[in-house]
Design a protein around this ligand. Structure first.
Ligand SMILES: NC(=O)c1ccc[n+]([C@@H]2O[C@H](COP(=O)([O-])OP(=O)(O)OC[C@H]3O[C@@H](n4cnc5c(N)ncnc54)[C@H](O)[C@@H]3O)[C@@H](O)[C@H]2O)c1
Ligand SMILES: O=C(O)C[C@H](O)C(=O)O
Ligand SMILES: [Mn+2]
Length: 542
């Protein structure tokens, strides 16, 4: 069916704005609908960047970019390609957090997302179909927004994280933006501020749990697989009680992963491997303390556990390397209210003379002397000077990753960690951190954010038409970034810089695709992993 001028100019997947050539204007019925000058994409990009720079605040910059995204995807990604380090924190974490908190007030456009409602399960298939609008969807990012970053329940507002994650996929790995679908699952919200807000745009009732919720998830997965059989399904920011349950239910049946569990596990293991490259230590000699033993904390522990077992340790031996600390303090086998994931990482009270006192981080650090400390607790400032100094007194190169997002929730600032340890700490943070100058050395801080991993992981799975994602592929991906970091330079980061994200996402995607092919887990015949990844890469040009 031929589209009208209006339908073309208002479709972000088709629109080129002033860059439509005269031939295209004639052929498409656009004659006279645009000013006469035909611009190049470079001219448009320069003009758009100048406008971006004129915006005073980061939120205004974001709104400008989102408008451009809604108007013209190719131009948006052409621009982002040139400014990826500058744009990442604006379209993604941390500024995405502000847009989620203010979603109702700022609402402009549904941004081609699908809005699934628990109150209308019979509409799920139509919802996905309408939002996809005939596009060949290969990647779905879905959130129910119960655990948005560390900010808790944000109901339908959370759709912005699905959109933000997909923007990073295209910018980093090159997935065609017309082949992606962000999905909001609106299961209600327990956020009273939203329920009381007359502007709230989601279902105005408490969050639904249990059978009704899982039935709806089942219907969603069924419709998603039926409509988009070649797609990868990425789960984001589900609550602690559902995330692992959902992953376990589908992970052996379809191409799927949970970013907070697996993507985070990957980036942390890659960061630890990078840190150990610098300190020339072995992973087998590390004592790992997870502070915040939730979705991310336990995903990280499982990924490191897998690594230790590959290094030759038995499951029992590997477990001895972990100390999980949550609200209750150090988790013991008799601690109440353990989650299923936590149960695998508990300790015995008999191991400690003062077990009953190990109810806070400081006491645990004193008793355990960890060499690696990972924060996924959502509790800001909890890696205090005295805790860090205590840790650093017992290890030469403490590995410290305060990963809670957004900025206001981080367990510590990179700069403080470097100072408190006199430059010895090997640090990665959840959001981008500036270099730290300390005693004549420039310390680069790795961004321990799953955004370094999930675009390459997902792209490799899609390009190789993977049936499922298993531990072998995850492990191969964790090792793929080794060698990219210059570990001999004083102050070197433990992870590669975001400025190289497009480069290493390709490397990662190729390693992932190769692993899929090696295990014969591909749905379609594929001769060469590298070629399949290169062929799939979309380039933002008209
Ligand atoms: N950098 C990254 O790539 C990345 C990835 C995933 C999650 N995160 C961050 O990690 C944090 C947790 O995310 P999640 O998905 O695991 O959430 P979650 O709710 O599943 O886990 C948080 C855990 O912290 C625990 N906790 C709360 N208060 C605590 C306290 N005072 N002391 C100790 N533990 C406490 C909770 O009981 C829970 O088990 C968030 O801030 C999120 O942004 C970062
Ligand atoms: O979204 C991010 O920045 C990382 C992670 O998925 C999180 O939930 O914090
Ligand atoms: Mn997340």
């Amino acid at each position: 069916m031929t589209k009208t001028a209006d339908q073309i100019l208002n479709n972000p997947f088709l629109n080129k704005g002033t860059a439509f050539t005269n031939e295209e204007r004639h052929a498409l019925g656009l004659t006279g609908t645009l000013p006469s000058k035909v611009q190049t994409i470079e001219e448009q990009t320069t003009q758009a960047y100048a406008q971006f720079q004129s915006k005073a605040t980061r939120l205004e910059k974001r709104i400008f970019l989102m408008n451009l995204f809604n108007e013209n995807r190719t131009l948006f990604y052409h621009l982002m390609d040139q400014h990826v380090v500058e744009f990442m924190p604006i379209v993604y974490d941390p500024v995405v957090a502000d847009s989620i908190e203010q979603y109702n007030q700022l609402f402009l456009d549904p941004q081609n997302a699908a809005f699934v409602s628990i109150d209308a399960p019979e509409d799920i298939e139509a919802t996905l179909k309408n939002a996809a609008d005939g596009r060949d969807i290969r990647l779905v990012v879905v959130t129910d927004a119960e655990g948005i970053l560390g900010m808790g329940d944000w109901g339908v507002n959370g759709v912005d994280i699905a959109i933000g994650k997909l923007m990073v996929y295209t910018a980093a790995a090159g997935i065609d933006p017309s082949q992606v679908l962000p999905v909001s699952i609106d299961a209600g919200t327990n956020n009273q501020q939203l329920l009381d807000d007359p502007l709230y745009l989601g279902n105005r009732h408490k969050r639904v749990y249990g059978d009704k919720y899982y039935d709806m998830i089942d219907k969603f997965v069924e419709a998603e697989q039926k409509l988009f059989p070649e797609s990868l399904l990425h789960w984001e920011d589900f609550g602690r009680s559902n995330a692992q349950v959902i992953l376990d239910k589908y992970k052996d049946k379809i191409a799927t992963f949970n970013d907070d569990i697996q993507g985070t596990g990957m980036v942390v293991l890659a960061g630890i491997l990078g840190a150990l490259n610098i300190s020339k230590e072995s992973i087998k000699d590390q004592k790992i303390l997870s502070f915040g033993a939730g979705t991310a904390g336990m995903g990280i522990a499982n990924q490191i556990m897998d690594e230790l077992m590959q290094a030759g340790l038995s499951e029992e031996e590997a477990k001895q390397h972990f100390y999980a600390v949550d609200k209750q303090g150090l988790l013991f086998d008799d601690t109440e209210d353990l989650t299923p994931a936590q149960k695998a990482f508990t300790r015995k009270r008999s191991e400690f003379s003062n077990a009953d006192e190990l109810t806070n981080l400081e006491a645990v650090v004193k008793a355990v002397h960890p060499t690696v400390m990972i924060g996924t607790s959502t509790q800001p400032g909890t890696f205090t000077e005295s805790i860090i100094k205590e840790m650093a007194a017992h290890t030469d190169r403490p590995i410290i990753f305060p990963l809670s997002n957004p900025t206001k929730l981080a367990e510590a600032k990179a700069e403080d960690l470097i100072k408190w340890t006199d430059g010895r700490a090997l640090v990665a943070t959840g959001i981008p951190a500036d270099d730290v100058e300390y005693k004549g050395v420039t310390y680069q801080i790795g961004q321990g954010n799953n955004a370094l991993m999930y675009p390459g992981l997902g792209f490799g799975l899609i390009a190789s038409t993977a049936k499922v994602l298993n531990n072998e592929t995850l492990s191969a991906a964790c090792h793929a970034l080794g060698g990219i970091v210059d570990t001999d330079k004083p102050g070197a980061a433990v992870l590669p810089p975001v400025s190289k994200i497009t480069e290493f996402s390709q490397t990662l995607a190729t390693v992932v695709a190769q692993s899929v092919l090696d295990q014969k887990l591909n749905k379609e015949p594929i001769a060469d992993a590298k070629q399949a990844v290169a062929d799939m890469k979309w380039v933002p040009e008209y």
